[in-house]
Design a protein around this ligand. Sequence first.
Ligand SMILES: [Zn+2]
Length: 313
Amino acid sequence: MGLTIGVDIGGTKIAAGVVDEEGQILSMFKVPTPPTAEGIVDAIATAVSGASEGHRIEAVGIGAAGYVDDKRATVLFAPNINWRHEPLKDKVEQRVGLPVVVENDANAAAWGEYRFGAGQGHDDVICITLGTGLGGGIIIGNKLRRGRFGVAAEFGHIRVVPDGLLCGCGSQGCWEQYASGRALVRYAKQRANATPSSATILLSLGDGTVDGIEGKHISAAARQGDAVAIDSFRELARWAGAGLADLASLFDPSAFIVGGGVSDEGELVLDPIRKSFRRWLIGGEWRPHAQVLAAQLGGKAGLVGAADLARQG
Ligand SMILES: [Zn+2]
């Protein structure tokens, strides 16, 4: 099979990209994300037809944030879009006249990294995506593992603190409340509140108040040596690494790949994640250790992965 299209449905933009067998994006077409479920189907069709211009396309893969059924056809539930048992595959196939595969966006990103990014050469890879929340993907024995009902690898909602912080999912103490971009901002605000004298750079980047602290300020301040910003990354890394040690007990992969916006900080966050991972790994001294690697494809992983999954059919 030759060229396929991967579609990434973001909060503000829907991107369609033509992807070749080597994972290279040959052309891209973006449209704004409409507010309604029906509008999104129209927008996907527009983006696919825009990207297809001048190419012979054989299939389309769509990465969607939500629970996708085992047939990779229906979005059972999406937290940010009003999709409840949305037959996305059928609707988009009718519009674009090509075979369509729908995949959970974190699964698609994991597959992209496994095939063309940091996971190349590994047979058993676990990916976590540290974005606003925490997403995951499981590749064991060179296969994407989706579970019986298609909804495996929701690592972000493993309960790591009994009766801990309330999560958007309705549960308490979920991992993503402690290891995610949103958690990072909370750590920075708490610390800046307690010791503003250690957060002078961080506070100078926002509007000067603790409430004005945003994720981008924490990254910039950490690079300039701000103590609170660096400590906030360490706290996030402590939780992320401890969780990876638990996932090693479950899956025993040869590599963990850490992606998402937070991982753009590279060693600033990866080094403390590795330290925490080693600290909490059971039998750590006496067993082989999985590598903890930074994702390589950035924000393109989901699009490239969805296109490749469509190619595999
Ligand atoms: Zn949760």
